[in-house]
Design a protein around this ligand. Structure first.
Ligand SMILES: Cc1cc2nc3c(=O)[nH]c(=O)nc-3n(C[C@H](O)[C@H](O)[C@H](O)COP(=O)(O)O)c2cc1C
Length: 356
């Protein structure tokens, strides 16, 4: 059997294969509610044979949305709407994961699906973002407010509440978004965190918030529920968060009960990123080999053989695909065909005539 189609078990959850769907914002929700678009979008990947389907970045509080059209999980209505989608994903044999997020200083931004760009003003439905320090991201809202101690405690509690709601909605796996320059990453990086309290300055202080969030979530959900954290393994910038920092944090996350680090990069500052096929895989490999925790590789993984090699060479435990799955939602079925997999269960009964 190929590595790609070897099941993987995290805590009480066994995922049918290692081709996972990366979180991808759709900017198509109203009041944080996922709708038929999200059902068909996510359902297509489950039908297409993915092992685990992650939702897009789903805000734990309204002010934690990137755009006004982000999905959320802070009320009963949203929980019920997600449950319907989770049920369909399960019915296709896939595992359902949700990415829980807070956009920090990158909040209140136009999605890019319309002609408008940049920050959304209050008059147009925007809001004041929060951040570790009152410093804006270039060309976004200029007025982020530094969180005080009570605000930080509220963020931690909101992640815990959303995690409990996610499990109640049926999600099997929870991912904490601590990458791409959103709130938790902003706390990690010395380029965006200039606090002088216990959440700033030293490494131990900058990683405190993400560890608080993980411990809160672990305390709010059953032991059998896997928790994944997405990190940006480097800021790709002098003086920023580094690969060494990531390995160190990954070990702390492992000790706090995290099961896998989903390894992305960048997004916290404007930077030149050496993008190319599998360009983030070396970071996933370091996490896995140096921190002793499972890792996921993501970023320009597009071919079945390439994905198989990443796993077979021991660089990651799972691969996540984004844009290639938008091009081809049935990519895992094609990969199974190309890698000679013969498990009929992977194929929806309706499509089995395409199996060979
Ligand atoms: C349309 C789109 C939306 C995205 N939204 C998110 C998101 O909500 N959360 C996140 O962590 N990454 C997001 N990403 C990044 C992807 O998860 C992934 O890391 C990135 O696209 C690189 O993988 P790829 O080369 O396979 O596309 C998004 C990417 C795309 C293309």
């Amino acid at each position: 059997m190929s590595q790609l189609f070897t099941p993987i078990t995290l805590r009480d959850v066994t995922v049918r294969n290692r081709a996972w769907v990366a979180p991808m914002c759709q900017y198509s929700a109203v009041d944080g509610l996922p709708n038929d678009w999200h059902l068909v979008h996510l359902g297509s990947f489950a039908r297409g044979g993915a092992g685990l389907v992650f939702t897009e970045a789903t805000a734990v509080v309204p002010e934690g949305r990137i755009s006004p059209e982000d999905t959320g999980l802070w009320n009963d209505e949203q929980q019920a709407a997600w449950a319907r989608i989770v049920d369909f994903v399960h019915a296709q044999g896939a595992t359902a994961g949700i990415q829980l997020a807070h956009a920090g200083r990158k909040a209140s931004t136009y999605s890019g699906l319309t002609v408008e760009r940049g920050p959304v003003a209050d008059a147009d439905g925007g809001w004041q973002p929060v951040a570790p320090s009152a410093e804006p991201f270039p060309r976004l809202r200029e007025d982020p407010a530094a969180l005080d101690a009570a605000g930080i405690a509220d963020v931690v509690a909101a992640f815990g509440d959303a995690a409990a709601r996610a499990v109640a909605a049926g999600f099997d796996v929870l991912e904490v978004h601590a990458a791409h320059g959103y709130l938790l990453h902003e706390f990690l990086s010395p380029l965006s965190n200039h606090r002088e309290d216990e959440y700033g300055c030293s490494f131990d202080n900058r990683v405190r918030l993400v560890l608080d969030v993980v411990r809160e979530i672990r305390g709010r959900v059953a032991d059998g529920v896997p928790v994944v954290v997405r990190l940006s393994a480097t800021d790709w910038a002098d003086g920023g968060w580094t690969g060494d920092d990531t390995v160190r944090l990954a070990g702390l996350l492992r000790d706090a009960g995290v099961d896998l680090v989903d390894t992305s990069t960048g997004g916290n500052v404007l930077a030149d990123i050496p993008v190319g096929p599998g360009f983030q895989v070396p970071f996933a490999r370091r996490i896995r080999t140096e921190a002793g925790i499972a890792s996921g590789a993501v970023g320009l993984i597009t071919e079945p053989k390439q994905a198989e090699d990443v796993l077979a060479e021991g660089s990651a435990d799972v691969v996540l695909l984004g844009r290639e799955l938008l091009r081809e939602p049935h990519w895992p079925l094609r990969a199974a065909y190309e890698l000679g997999e013969s498990d009929p269960q992977l194929w929806p009964a309706q499509y089995r005539r395409a199996q060979r």
